[in-house]
Design a protein around this ligand. Structure first.
Ligand SMILES: [Zn+2]
Length: 264
């Protein structure tokens, strides 16, 4: 019997997630495009900028990003590698707490302002409760990250999304594949290229063989998948997590429910 932990929820092998920074007012249009196409993602916000000119307001934050995840991008968007440790902690923890006040759920992820981090800064972010942080290094690949605190995306939206999406759908590897797009909504306004993201979302949305998820949902699912406990002969499995996990057994999808003990 062959057992592999290589499926996302619903037994699919592919997932798409979006990741947009800064909370500019153009997020309103971008969220609308995502919602129309059933695409989901994460918006990394600077709480110190909310409500100032060119940014979304504090009052609209919870409603606007309702189908998505709100996550930390620090209060004022400094280079975290260039400020004292205490200030790094304050920038992350105060942002987390301000966003939690608006959205009413624990905020657990972030993206690095300017993509800047060091291993030392990662330790400080983890001390504030951050479980993942996105970089700006596009890999053009579909692998899950080795280290979620250095979560490299697949592509920036200015990259060849259509070409990469085609590769993504054609790839036959027997592993979970993640397509991860990042950017800023103000770039579409500045570069007059909204049609770029509209075209991509129409093409990539609404598929039954793709799981559309926010960044934190990918992390939670991968952790649940990795937490499955198997007997030595793989005929018994236990899912100690709080969510259902899909595995393949002799190439057939099997759902191991949250908390379930199962003989395969
Ligand atoms: Zn930023």
């Amino acid at each position: 019997m062959e057992v592999k932990c290589n499926l996302f929820p619903g037994g699919v092998r592919r997932a798409l997630t979006m990741s947009y920074d800064d909370g500019a007012e153009f997020d309103r249009r971008l969220v609308g495009i995502f919602n129309e196409n059933g695409i989901r993602g994460t918006f990394h916000l600077n709480s110190g900028k909310l409500g100032t000119e060119g940014y979304v307001s504090r009052e609209e934050t919870a409603k606007l990003y309702k189908n998505h995840e709100v996550s930390v991008h620090t209060v004022t968007h400094p280079y975290l590698t260039q400020i004292p440790d205490g200030q790094v902690l304050e920038e992350i923890l105060s942002d987390k707490m301000a966003l939690e006040e608006l959205c009413r759920y624990p905020v657990r992820g972030m993206s690095w302002p300017f993509g800047a981090y060091t291993d030392h800064v990662i330790g400080l972010a983890e001390a504030c409760g951050m479980e993942y942080s996105r970089t700006v290094k596009a890999t053009k690949a579909f692998d899950l990250p080795q280290n979620f605190m250095k979560w490299h995306p697949t592509a920036h939206h200015d990259d060849d999304l259509e070409g990469l999406w085609k590769q993504f759908l054609e790839r036959e590897f027997e592993q979970m594949l993640l397509f991860y797009v990042w950017g800023h909504s103000h770039e579409f306004s500045r570069n007059h290229n909204w049609e770029k993201i509209e075209t991509f979302c129409r093409m990539a949305g609404g598929r039954e063989d793709v799981w559309y998820a926010a960044n934190i949902e990918i992390l939670d699912y991968v952790q649940a998948s990795r937490s499955l406990r198997f007997s030595g002969n793989r005929r018994m499995v236990c899912n100690p997590s709080a969510q259902d996990v899909w595995i393949s057994v002799d190439r057939e999808p099997v759902c191991i429910a949250a908390g379930e003990f199962r003989k395969l």
